[in-house]
Design a protein around this ligand. Sequence first.
Ligand code: BEZ
Ligand code: MG
Length: 476
Amino acid sequence: MRHAVAAIVDGADVEGAIEGAGLAPSDDVRATLRKIAEMNRLMAQDHELPALLRALDGRFIPPVAGGDLMRSPEILPTGRNVHGFDPYRIPSAFAVSDGARQADRILARHMADGHAFPETVAVVLWGTDNLKSEGGPIGQALALLGAKPRFDAYGRLCGAALIPLAELGRARVDIVVTLSGIFRDLLPLQTRLIAEACFLAATADEPIESNFVRKHALAYQAKSGCAIDTAALRVFSNAEGAYGANVGMLIDSGAWSDDDEISNTYSKRKSFAYSRKGEATQQLDLLGAVLETVDFAYQNLDGVELGVTSIDHYFDSLGGMGRAAKRARGGREAPVYISDQTRGEGRVRSLSEQVALETRTRILNPKWYEGMLKYGYEGVRQIEAHVTNTMGWSATTGQVEPWIYEQITRTFVADPEMRERLAALNPAASAKMANRVMEAHARGYWKPDAELLAAMTQAGDELEDRLEGVTTEIAA
Ligand code: BEZ
Ligand code: MG
């Protein structure tokens, strides 16, 4: 099939592609390849710029529901007027059933790594990936709790319900959910849904060995004297109107000296708990208490366009959560996983595996970086961003392998020819990259040998000089 698809992209027709690839020509194969040929046709045409120009002229742009290209190819052609989603139908029936499968998968991976069944799982929820998957990650969070959405007679979302323990067949896992500001803004019904599910679990008449939400909520209530409504709050986000954990900015500035600065920054921003009525109150102490019980943290990756080292938001939210959990756990690192939902049935990787995979396939892959360099100034900035984001993962999780920095340094900083290419295209980003690998070394994330250290230091000096307008010729 792969060969047939490649042939279609190269211009073959369906029959030619079937024959060339040696496929048995069934109706199914023909139908699939016809669809792929049509997708290819739509993707090969530029509908976006013409649509933008039409829009600027105040003309009509045909509408289409928003979605993800892989999951919903009917969104093609792009460049149409994307309209929203029906908030009363998220999570979809598929998101609920698949959420249960993905939750089992992540629990199984954690236990396969040698850990006991978890009492608490920290999960980061974003708006975009829930929209693209009709609430897949929401389905996972509910499944961990042993809960599901309730729909009224019109099929509209109206609340949460618990799945009986006998049917669930395992303990209810406590969750601490952190929502991006975008999720909170776009999905208020779902924010309340998850909060209600947590409240129902905390107040269920069930033994605490089978219900870790109740176990932890009762313990917090006894310690703090608060009402159960407060002790059951598990949905955290920013204050209304605020976005992000500011961890990305902290790492980018390089102006931080210990882990506590990161966890404090994170907790200050993300300690606003949203109730089942949708109201937010700051609950720093409660967040700390729940994080103390966290066994691992994870987030889904929803598309192939971006990885966890492409943008700073992943380490800002998931990495920040990891640091805050480590602090609450008395300095013990919490394992961090990525639930890769970009293809097939889904796959769980440790953060360390995910960063290594992205490093091999993107920043160290000549196809990727040469592609970036075709974009000149912006391409170099993208490469630098990957380096900074990689360091963001070291700073927040300590789970980046040292070879990654060594290979990046050898490829982009120590190699004179490559360094010259980068510096000619974007002197500021290349100097920043050299400084970043040196910073990573200074922070103990890797250790170059004497030769590489000397080459890297000299390269850093040269790039700084260049940035300041001092070239070797002028200096000589
Ligand atoms: C979100 O969809 O929630 C999101 C997207 C990009 C960065 C951060 C959050
Ligand atoms: Mg940013």
